[in-house]
Design a protein around this ligand. Structure first.
Ligand code: AMP
Ligand code: GLY
Length: 424
């Protein structure tokens, strides 16, 4: 098969690696890709926003499957664009329809979906500028901390957790009246704060059947011991040590099954990944959010644990045949540690030479923000590399990644030295 991956991060490099390992893959293209994907496939310099260019590329290169990395393309309706085009509708897209992607694109839509299908989540109400006074009154009935969520996509910045009532009411006003997050905050979901430990569950569905992929936990804060600014993710581990059989069973029966059934009942076309952000409150799982794609850097620990052929798995997904698919997962632990540009997630410089990559042994280097310049690899983003290792336990896997990281250098390189810290 000729396969096209859309995106350019560590997630897409992890997809590319696993896809090229399949005997079903004839040619792999990645648009736009990075220096890592260019070593195993062909990078295509088209903007993923430009659906018409993607169409031409797919036709000219006889693409037989498209794997979509980032959510914004799904929210913009790339699935529907293919479905509605005579020349493209035979090409399966791994990713949901525009309506399905609304589970990530609108927090209110996701909350209504969960309420309708009895999926455990925090109590909430949503407000617009017309109902701001009710919103302030609702906040006054709640206990701190207060959780305010911009309804739309806000590059991971749209959730505010505030301890003081007056401040929460002021922020609600900033969001609704002063468009703090632009159009994303024309509606705001105000919800109950849930106290517990977070983890993520990944599901692949063909719309009727599903396979549960390995669980993972990511480390979002820039600083050690989970301090400082939020980032896209500084590292991840899989499996999640506290998610035992009993807890996983609760996730499956209370959350995954009603979610898949809900998609069918609501006639939502969905053939792709669902990334369910969960919180364990006492011994019970609650949904914090749905994402309609794989996570980054979670993909860099989830895919390396999958032993089955990924292209066969994705083909079964697109053909509605997941029920009969035997998914093989290694019991080993996977960890990834992300190397970032100094200054990230705020301002940082790019273009620094990366050295030491050829010396890496026993870890997988996934490229995120890298590019090729005069045959050398240089930094080109905030998150630069993700160093993944597999071993029999967390400590050994971490040792491998950190040992290899000590051989990699680029100017102003930074990484967290405590990934997985709370489980050691
Ligand atoms: P989200 O963008 O929905 O993933 O939210 C960002 C982060 O805010 C989550 O990863 C949680 O750490 C936190 N969060 C969101 N909703 C809640 C809630 N209801 N209770 C506690 N923490 C929350
Ligand atoms: N690592 C979090 C995300 O991909 O949204």
């Amino acid at each position: 098969m000729n396969i096209l991956i859309l995106g350019s991060g560590g997630r897409e490099h992890a997809f590319a690696k696993k896809i090229t390992e399949s005997s079903l893959c004839k040619q792999l293209f990645i648009a736009p890709g990075n220096a890592g994907t260019s070593n195993i496939g062909t990078n295509v310099s088209i903007s993923v926003e430009d659906f018409d260019k993607i169409k031409d590329f797919c036709i000219n290169n006889t693409i037989q499957m498209v794997v979509v990395g980032p959510e914004d393309l799904l929210v913009k309706g790339i699935y529907d664009f293919f479905q509605n085009d005579n020349q493209l509708q035979h090409i399966p897209i791994i990713g949901p329809s525009k309506l399905g992607a609304t589970l990530e694109g609108s927090k209110e839509f996701a909350k209504e979906f969960m309420t309708r299908h009895n999926i455990p989540t925090a109590h909430y109400q949503s407000f617009t500028k017309e109902t701001i006074e009710q919103g302030k009154a609702f906040l006054a009935t709640m206990q701190p901390p207060y959780v305010l969520k911009a309804d739309g996509l806000a590059q991971g910045k749209g959730v505010l957790i505030i301890n003081n009532l007056q401040q929460a009411q002021d922020e609600l006003e900033q969001m609704l009246i002063n468009a703090k997050f632009g159009n994303a905050s024309t509606k705001v979901v105000v919800e109950e704060f849930l106290s517990g430990i977070e983890l993520s569950c990944f599901v692949l569905t063909d719309g009727k059947n599903y396979k549960i992929l390995p669980t993972a936990k990511d480390y979002k804060r820039i600083g050690e011991a989970d301090t400082g600014l939020n980032t896209g993710g500084m590292g991840a581990i899989s499996p999640v040590p506290f998610a035992d059989e009993d807890f996983l069973q609760k996730i499956e029966t209370r959350i995954v099954q009603p979610t898949i059934k809900g998609l069918q009942q609501d006639k939502i076309d969905y053939k792709g990944f669902i990334f369910i952000g969960l919180i364990k409150v006492g011994n019970d799982p609650y949904v914090i959010e749905y994402n309609v794609r794989m996570g980054d850097p979670e993909t860099e620990v989830v895919l390396p644990r999958i032993q089955s052929d990924l292209v066969e798995l994705l083909k079964a997904t697109s053909e509605g045949k997941l029920a009969n698919f035997e998914l093989k997962i290694t019991p080993q632990t996977a960890v990834t540690v992300v190397l970032v540009s100094g200054g990230y997630p705020e301002n940082y410089q790019k273009g620094f030479l990366i050295s030491g990559l050829e010396t890496i042994e026993e870890s997988i280097v996934f490229h995120a923000g890298t590019s090729q310049k005069n045959k050398q690899i240089v930094t080109s983003g905030g998150r630069v590399l993700a160093i993944t290792s597999l071993d029999n336990n967390l400590v050994q896997a971490l040792e491998k990644s950190y040992k290899n990281i000590s051989k990699i250098t680029f100017e102003k390189m930074y990484f967290r030295k405590d990934i997985g810290f709370e489980f050691i």
